[in-house]
Design a protein around this ligand. Structure first.
Ligand SMILES: [Zn+2]
Ligand SMILES: [Zn+2]
Length: 192
């Protein structure tokens, strides 16, 4: 997933990359404990051009990723369509303050600022893999849901409530708030 700097010009050039299971396994899956296979590679369309000394790299990542529902724990496919745009300045002789950024600049020819919308580049070739890793990580939901209506698992028997009621008695009195309330009542009584 490389972009050759010398070949860029003020006229936008288009590139297409595929990020497959190998990339996913290395970039995303382990840190989030996700399935290791992508159903199909993510398609990354890139447009890149120079703006005076800077490089502008923008485009979209599209596809589907395997996630685990935070309520019912089922694996499901989440559609993904994320656009990105980053403006890179030539690093010149400057050195990023953080060691991670300095390593990235040497290794990939690219280090990003905190907001991922800007950064520095160095050398003739930019390895875009770590940048796409950032874009995709930020695009993933913090609390993945297989569907808005997901009913989750029964807190008592663990049954998947999406398949129907499990037959456990109502657990209303055992909600975390009720338990807290009981504890609070108990401790008040203890003090008396
Ligand atoms: Zn679910
Ligand atoms: Zn149950």
């Amino acid at each position: 997933m490389k972009i050759v700097v010398d070949r860029l010009s003020p006229t936008p050039q288009e590139f297409e990359f595929e990020a497959g299971s190998a990339w996913w396994r290395q970039a995303i899956a382990p840190s989030r404990d996700l399935p290791e296979e992508l159903p199909e590679p993510l398609r990354i369309r890139v447009e890149a051009y120079t703006a005076v000394e800077d490089l502008v790299i923008q485009g979209t990542v599209e596809g589907a990723v395997p996630l685990e529902c935070s309520r019912c724990l089922a694996r499901y496919r989440q559609g993904l369509r994320e656009s990105f745009r980053v403006v890179l300045e030539p690093a010149g002789l400057r050195q990023p303050a953080d060691p991670e950024g300095a390593r990235a600049l040497t290794r990939d020819g690219l280090c990003l600022s905190e907001d991922v919308g800007s950064g520095w580049f160095r050398g003739d070739e930019i390895e875009m893999g770590p940048f796409f890793q950032e874009v995709v990580s930020l695009a993933l939901p913090v609390k993945p849901l297989c569907g808005e209506q997901c009913k989750g698992l029964c807190g008592r028997c663990g049954a998947d409530l999406n398949r129907g009621p499990c037959g456990c008695p109502e657990i209303e009195s055992e909600s975390p708030f009720a338990v807290l309330q009981q504890l609070r009542d108990g401790s008040t009584r203890g003090e008396d």
